[in-house]
Write a protein that binds this ligand. Structure first.
Ligand SMILES: Cc1cc2nc3c(=O)[nH]c(=O)nc-3n(C[C@H](O)[C@H](O)[C@H](O)COP(=O)(O)O)c2cc1C
Length: 154
């Protein structure tokens, strides 16, 4: 089957995952026809449908060693049809645990055909200056220490 296009889908509140996806796509010598940024929850109202004639690159940051839980609904609603898929996770040089396998397994169930996978190291969001991210990371850390509950604030 001849590949006719490239679809990028990513969640990237602090921009690292987005820049990695775009760099990978840049090396693939394919026309990008779709760039789907699901960072804004409004964008996650649309279901992703893909065919076997396109390559899908899908990337998420690692949160607490996993695919961010709040992306589950969107990921599990993907409707792919033997779509060759590149799975990418981006982590803050702490650990990506099983996140890459988790992403791959979800995508297989949705009809994707993983052809490559990668775990890239990005800057950890908690070292960034952006106040929203920094506050979220500090609150998360505090809560985890006191309550041992993984709560996310995005
Ligand atoms: C709530 C939260 C949890 C995180 N958990 C991990 C983790 O378990 N392991 C790790 O190495 N990095 C972790 N990180 C760092 C992110 O994976 C890293 O900053 C990533 O590059 C962010 O991607 P983005 O710039 O596309 O938003 C976490 C960041 C946040 C905000």
């Amino acid at each position: 089957m001849e590949i006719q296009s490239l679809t990028l889908a990513y969640f990237s509140p602090t921009g690292t995952t987005k820049s990695i996806v775009q760099a990978v796509a840049g090396g693939m010598n394919q026309n990008t026809t779709r760039d789907i940024d699901i960072t804004n929850p409004v964008m996650r109202k649309n279901r992703l449908k893909t065919s076997e004639k396109e390559v899908l690159i899908i990337a998420v940051p690692v949160y607490l060693g996993r695919v961010p839980a709040f992306l589950d609904e969107w990921l599990h609603a993907i409707k792919a049809h033997n779509t060759p898929t590149v799975c990418i996770v981006v982590y803050g040089n702490h650990a990506y645990d099983n996140a890459l396998r988790e992403l791959k397994d979800i995508l297989i169930k949705r009809g994707c055909k993983p052809i490559a996978g990668a775990a890239y190291i990005g800057e950890h969001a908690k070292t960034m200056k952006t106040s929203m991210v920094k506050d979220a990371a500090i609150r998360l850390h505090t809560l985890n220490k006191k309550q041992k509950v993984p709560i996310l604030f995005f």
